[in-house]
Structures are given as structure tokens and as C-alpha cells.
Design a protein around this ligand. Sequence first.
Ligand SMILES: *[C@@H]1O[C@H](CO)[C@@H](O)[C@H](O)[C@H]1NC(C)=O
Ligand SMILES: *[C@@H]1O[C@H](CO)[C@@H](O)[C@H](O)[C@H]1NC(C)=O
Ligand SMILES: *[C@@H]1O[C@H](CO)[C@@H](O)[C@H](O)[C@H]1NC(C)=O
Ligand SMILES: *[C@@H]1O[C@H](CO)[C@@H](O)[C@H](O)[C@H]1NC(C)=O
Ligand SMILES: *[C@@H]1O[C@H](CO)[C@@H](O)[C@H](O)[C@H]1NC(C)=O
Ligand SMILES: *[C@@H]1O[C@H](CO)[C@@H](O)[C@H](O)[C@H]1NC(C)=O
Ligand SMILES: *[C@@H]1O[C@H](CO)[C@@H](O)[C@H](O)[C@H]1NC(C)=O
Length: 672
Amino acid sequence: MQNIAMFSKLGILLSLLVGFVASEDLSFTFNGFRSANLSLDGIAEITANGLLKLTNDTKQQKGHAFYPNPISFKNSLNGNSSSFSTTFVFSIISQYPSLSGHGIAFVIAPTKGIPGALPSQYLGLFNGTNNGNSTNHVVAIELDTIQSNEFTDINDNHVGIDINGLKSERSAPAGYFADNNGGFKNMSLISGHQMQVWVDYDGVERQINVTLAPISVDKPKIPLLSLSRDLSPIINDNMYVGFSSSTGSVLSNHYVLGWSFKMNGQAPALVLSQLPKLPRIGGKKRSKLLTIGLPMMIVSLVSVAISAAVFVVKRKRKFAELVEDWELDYGPHRFKYKDLYIATKGFKDKELLGVGGFGRVYRGVLPTSKIEIAVKKISHESRQGMREFVAEIASIGRLRHRNLVSLLGYCRRKGELLLVYDYMPNRSLDKYLFDQPKITLNWDQRFRVIKGVASGLLYLHEEWEQVVVHRDVKASNVLLDGAMNSRLGDFGLARLYDHGTDPQTTHVVGTLGYLAPEHTRSGKATTSTDVFAFGAFLLEVACGRRPIEQGAEDAILVDWVFSFWNRGEILEARDPNLGADYVVKEMELVLKLGLLCSHSETAARPSMRQVVQYLEGDIPLPELSSLGLCSSGLTFAHNVGFTNLAMSYPSSMSKEFTHPSSVADSLLSGGR
Ligand SMILES: *[C@@H]1O[C@H](CO)[C@@H](O)[C@H](O)[C@H]1NC(C)=O
Ligand SMILES: *[C@@H]1O[C@H](CO)[C@@H](O)[C@H](O)[C@H]1NC(C)=O
Ligand SMILES: *[C@@H]1O[C@H](CO)[C@@H](O)[C@H](O)[C@H]1NC(C)=O
Ligand SMILES: *[C@@H]1O[C@H](CO)[C@@H](O)[C@H](O)[C@H]1NC(C)=O
Ligand SMILES: *[C@@H]1O[C@H](CO)[C@@H](O)[C@H](O)[C@H]1NC(C)=O
Ligand SMILES: *[C@@H]1O[C@H](CO)[C@@H](O)[C@H](O)[C@H]1NC(C)=O
Ligand SMILES: *[C@@H]1O[C@H](CO)[C@@H](O)[C@H](O)[C@H]1NC(C)=O
């Protein structure tokens, strides 16, 4: 009861206030906004000389400026919308003469900020959900400089009356009817010229008129747009008036120079001479200099033109790409070489993240979206197999998993393939494991990394629409993102070299020490060969040693771990850098699972689904001894792999081959 009483008191108070404002017939005039107290949001600002700058050189943004107080639009006696009138002078200055951001709207809205509204074609007024909804209570006059077919815009240079949505109730190409039957004169909204708009609503006739003219022309008698519509159901009692503007992908500045408004009467005329000056866009001074400077200008213009032509030809060659008809299907995954060139600052050495067998990897920032990327540059002369490979990239490009590095797309040039990946700020896992690392990972982090990689691999093998064999699982292909989550990279890449290489030599691509014996024999990569490599990876992470240690006595890691297991002291194989800081149960699980995955018999290896279940503790790991794990079974794998490879690589490789791990890094790894 008390509450109701309070509400009704509030109600009375409000209607008194409203009545007070209404009886005043609010009116304001801003010849420049220096002393105006507008509510701004988004990127709108008021410049030092009093221009209202709704947008600056920022893409995909919106700017709002509202009169700070609510205005009572309704006649409190009958609830009909009152007459109002407003006029303003604006100018749109664009980066390009024929393209612009999305325009300006004069808006009457129930709130100042228009929360939830989007930039670009939504003009900072609506979003995809509420566009066109009668609950919006928004009336807008749009000066629209882009044709959005979704809103059935008539062209890219029009004025429209919008009610609750961007599909205009009325619209017309920008222009005006010259008085005394002077005919229709076209205007270009993005010309940078100053123009004036008048909006008049007659609350009795229920008609809204919109008139546009260049600043040098008095208000034309015939309006550009006229709409008969009762605004009473659309406009609430208390509304805010102001401007909204948005930019898309072209830089443009939207300015309002002066504005006046009046309820129940004609908006006061603006004093044009008092309006602030627009920033100079150059080339406006015409003087005697022109006649003197003209010959000189022509000469320099000609030389500029020549060097421009040379520049264009050079540039064209520099950014030339290879595109074939069949590639058009993969459009969305194709990057422009020029963008990648700019992103990596011309593939500067400073941006180099690493060098591996497959190519060099650069860090970059895409010019428009500012997204950080890693670009892998692979030299690849062979065209053979490229088509299948690109098809595969396009399908791999759709793979999304939190433990996989997303492949964003590719670009192709003569003899060169560029792959674009998400950038991983913490680089690759091997940096934290080997070579006397400065920072080593603690056991918690390592176990999380292992589980992440297992989950990524399971996704590739079983959870995606087709089976993807990674072919090159190893610590240097595991990257760490900003939150130190592990992400598996470079999947499917090894495939490229499958197609291109000479069938007389070998099909085997992968990295020594991670290659399953049957893989080296048959050349066929399967999910099971991935599991084998994952086994080597598990041991790497737990022991902090490479699968094949160059020049060491116990060169082969799996044998080394096996010997500890044989003596019943498998925990002693753990990375000494961990000290005592590890979980015995998990360490034992990882080491044993590493041995199990390294089994030379395909059938004895678990599937990735089982691996994930073991790691999550959902099912217990079977006793190794019952699986016939024996030393020969393990070493055999590596010895066979070793000799087969040694024979199958062409002789030019044999020198490097004396150092197995350097072969692995320089020839086969995806390296980083
Ligand atoms: C645009 O305005 C916003 C907000 O006032 C500011 O943060 C941004 O730096 C400006 N951008 C440019 C290019 O001036
Ligand atoms: C400007 O408007 C705000 C919000 O309406 C108000 O708080 C502030 O006092 C006003 N400032 C001036 C100088 O009028
Ligand atoms: C759209 O705008 C409305 C309010 O204007 C907001 O409530 C809603 O969350 C927005 N929707 C989206 C998808 O942004
Ligand atoms: C309009 O918005 C209201 C509330 O925001 C929602 O319930 C309604 O479904 C919307 N109508 C349409 C046609 O989108
Ligand atoms: C004005 O623009 C329209 C198209 O928007 C064009 O058809 C017409 O010819 C133009 N008129 C003049 C006088 O330039
Ligand atoms: C709108 O324009 C028409 C002429 O086309 C005029 O008769 C009418 O009075 C105007 N209404 C307002 C509100 O200015
Ligand atoms: C207010 O609107 C009602 C109907 O909506 C109409 O009958 C009445 O004449 C209007 N009053 C005025 C003063 O225009």
C-alpha cells in the first residue's frame, strides 16, 4: 500500500515536471558547439573550435551526441505528439572521394546512448535483433552514404525517414527542388561540402517533412521527403534528440557544425557566419601562384605519373599471386599476398619466429582487422598435388578446437605457399623442455599440456566430420597460447610433401624418433602412427629429453625409459629439472602410457580415446607386463625406422643424416 502511494506521488511529481518543460516550449540553438553541453559517447567529440565530430579516423565505430536533457514531446492534455522543428548543418569528409563511412542520422530516441546499437550499416541506431521492432520507439532521419541491400536502400547517397528500423519509410536520392520550378538538383552527401537539413513535424496534420540544401541555398519551399504519419504511438512522452553516426571500413569524419531545435514552432535560424570552420582538406587556396606554378606543376605531375606507373608495375610484380580457377571455391580462405606482406612488415627478419624444415615462420598483424597472425612461408616448386592440398587446407581451415592452432587460410605465389595461423604468443613447447631452458614448466603445467594435446588429437581422429591424421606430433609442434594452453599445430602439412616427392625415394614424412615402424615400412600414416608419435611426445614432456638424443650414450629415449621400468624404478626417468615437485601417480601414468603408445605392434597401442580416458583417470592403465612389452619390441621400432630412412633419402641428405636430430629439425620438422 505504501509503495503504491509512493508511486502515485512520484507520478504526480513527474507529470508536474513534464508539464513545466512542455509549457516552456523548449528551444535551443548551437551555432557551433563550443559551449554546448551535449552527452557524447562512442568516438564522438567536440573539437577545440566547436565542431561536433561524430566520428574520427577509426573504423567500425559509432558516435553519438545527444541534447543532455529529456524533451517532452507530448501534449499532456490529449497525449498526441506535438509539433517540432529542427535544422542542422553537417559535412561528411571521407578518405576517398567516392567512398565513405555510413553516414549521419538525426535521431529521436528514448535513451541517450542507444545501448546495444551497432556501427557500420546499423548507423549506431539498431542491431540485427531489434531492427524494425516497434518496441524501439526511435525516429531517425538518415543521411545514408552506403547502399545496404538488406535494408532495401535505394542507392548510396540518399536521405530517408526511418521509424524503428533502418528500412526507410520514405527515402529519396540526396538533392533539392530549386525554388520557382528550378527543377531537382542532385547533391553528393560525401562531397565534403557543408549542407543543411530541416526536419519539420506538424502534430495536427501529422506530417513530417525533410528538406536538404547546400549551405549557400535558402530552405527550399518543396521538401525532399514528406511522410504523413502520426508519430504519437512511436514517440514516448520523454525523448532525447541528437545525432548518431558510424564508420565502416572506410575512414571518414562526420561533422555537425550547428543545430537548433524547437517544440511547437519553427526552429531558430542558424547564424551561418558563426559556425566553426571545418579542417582544411588541402588544395583550397587559389591564387596567382597557380598561374606561375602551373607549368612547374605539370612537369612534376608528369614525372610523378611516370614514377607512379613504374611503382605500380613494380608493386604489381612484388605482390603477384598465383590464382587458378579451381581456387575460387576456396575464396574465404585465401589471403592477399599484399596483406600478408604488410602484416609481416615485408617478411622482415625482425618478425621471424622460427625456421624449420617446412619453411620460415613470421609474426604479423593484419592491416585491417589488427589480428595477430603467424605466417608460414613454404617454398614449394611442385604444382603437383597442390590442388588436393589446398582442398585439404580449406577443410582443415574449418577445424576449430581449443587445443588446435587455427589455420586461418593460405596464399599462393609462384614457387611459394603461405599458411596463415593464429598467433601463439608463448611459442612452442620444446623451448621450455630442452636446451637448458630459462623457464621450465612445472608438473601441473606439463600434465595440462599433455591432456590438451591428447584432446586435440582425439578431435582430429574421431570427433571431426572426417578423420585427420596429424602426421607430425612432437613437442616443437605444440604451441602455447596466452594462457599457456597447449595447441597442436601444423596438422596435415606433412601431406604436402607426400604428394610432391619422388616415389622412388620415400613417402615417409614425419620426424625421426616419432615415426612408427610400420609407417617407415609402408609409408602410410594412420591414426595409429599418430598415437606412436604421441607416445614419444609423452616421454619427452615427462623426461625433458628429445626422443633421440644426439651423440648421447642412451640415444633412444624410449629404450632408456624402458630400462628404468624394467628395473622397477620408472620414476627415475623423470626430468631432473622438476625436482621433487611432481605427482607420483600422474608421472607414472604418463611414463607408462608413453611406453604403451610406443609399442611396435599397432594393435597393442591404445586409441586416442583410450589415451584420453587413461589421462583423465576414467579407466585404469593396464599392467604393461601383461601386454608383452619387451625391450626388443621397442628398440626394433627405432632401428628399423632408422635404417629405412637412411636408405631412402637421396645422398645429398646423408651428411646431415649422421646427426639424426638435426635431420629431424632441418628437413622434416614444422619447426619454429
Ligand atoms: C577517435 O576517438 C576515440 C575516442 O575519442 C579515441 O580513443 C581514438 O584514439 C580516436 N582515433 C583517432 C584516429 O583519432
Ligand atoms: C552538462 O550536463 C550534465 C548532464 O546532464 C550535467 O550533469 C552537467 O552539470 C552539465 N554541465 C553544464 C556546464 O551545464
Ligand atoms: C540489441 O539492442 C538491444 C537494446 O537496444 C539490446 O537489449 C540487445 O541486447 C541488443 N542485441 C544484440 C544482439 O546486441
Ligand atoms: C520486439 O522486441 C520485443 C522485446 O524486446 C520482443 O519480445 C519481440 O519478440 C520483438 N519482436 C520482433 C518482431 O522482433
Ligand atoms: C541525378 O542523379 C540521378 C541518379 O541518382 C541521375 O539519374 C540524374 O541524371 C542526375 N541528375 C543530374 C542533373 O545530374
Ligand atoms: C510539408 O510540405 C508540404 C508541401 O509539400 C506543406 O504543405 C506542409 O505544410 C509541410 N509540412 C510541414 C510540417 O512543414
Ligand atoms: C489527438 O488525437 C486524437 C486521436 O488520436 C484526435 O481525435 C484529436 O483531435 C487530437 N488532438 C489534437 C489537439 O490534435
